[in-house]
Design a protein around this ligand. Structure first.
Ligand code: SLL
Length: 256
């Protein structure tokens, strides 16, 4: 069989996360960063599962994803020198210092045997967190959190439908580390607040889990159901309006 021939009936998924971490600069960590820079951040795309070796300081990245990703181009804000950062080996990430948030364009190029078009995704670089902080009355209200670290990650899946024979062989040899069934460590999924501020936080970095995947699926199902019922309602209104228009047309005709 031709190595480039597409394999009918096969769909292979690879879970990834993309996003950023950010920490406030301190006199000790500032290094050569310009005086107006306030944060050091890392924007990255990684495998979704977190390392299984007990490390709690990283989000995702358990698997090397370079068997299916050849190159990632991070397009930064134009205030950065060489704002198109090309990363052609793992880890697929860029670390910088800066003062402002902006949209990062992440262009993923797959290995050539995949014969897939590059994919572009966007991530809004997050430097400032918002989270519950006690107000004067002792109640928790959302307030800016000035001390990092910030974690803003999005779970996604690359779906390869009818991959080439060569690519399918590669994919089947490299199953992704499964996500844990439940979160072994705390913190909210997308933006993680400093541990001391989050009651539910068991410490460490956030983690993506099958439970979250399931919850996301359920949210999508609910949204779909809502759309169907809203569409039905609108269709009803439309039919009523059309009847009304017919009636008015007839009235106008009978008058002339
Ligand atoms: C803003 N839309 O106006 C954003 C732009 C720009 C971020 C943020 C420093 C780059 C450099 C930097 O943080 N740029 O000068 O090295 O808020």
């Amino acid at each position: 069989m031709e190595r480039t021939e597409r394999q009918r009936g096969y769909t292979v998924y690879r879970p990834v996360i993309y996003g950023n971490t950010a920490v406030l600069l301190t006199p000790e960590t500032r290094g050569d960063a310009p005086a107006e820079h306030t944060h050091r951040w890392t924007v990255a795309i990684r495998s979704a599962a977190s390392p299984q070796d007990g490390r709690t300081d990283t989000v995702g990245g358990a698997d090397d994803i370079s068997y299916f990703i050849k190159r990632v181009t991070f397009k930064l804000h134009e205030t950065y020198a060489n704002h198109n950062r090309i990363v052609d080996k793992p880890p697929f990430e860029v670390t910088e210092t800066g003062w402002g948030e902006f949209d990062v364009q992440i262009r993923v190029t797959f290995v050539s045997e995949a014969n897939e078009k590059p994919i572009s995704i966007h991530h809004h670089l997050a430097l400032h967190g918002w989270g519950p902080q006690p107000n004067a009355n002792g109640a928790a209200t959302p307030a800016p959190i000035l001390a990092g670290p910030i974690n803003a990650w999005q779970y996604d899946e690359f779906v390869f439908s009818e991959p080439t024979k060569a690519f399918l062989d590669t994919l089947l040899q490299r199953p992704p580390t499964p996500l844990p069934k439940v979160r072994r460590r705390g913190a909210p999924p997308h933006i993680a607040y400093p541990p001391s501020l989050t009651a539910s936080n068991k410490g460490g970095m956030p983690e993506f889990t099958m439970l979250m995947e399931k919850e996301e699926g359920e949210r999508l199902d609910t949204a779909k159901r809502n759309i169907v019922s809203e569409t039905d309602q609108l269709r009803g209104i439309l039919i009523e309006r059309e009847k009304e228009m017919e009636r008015l047309k007839k009235e106008v005709e009978s008058m002339s």
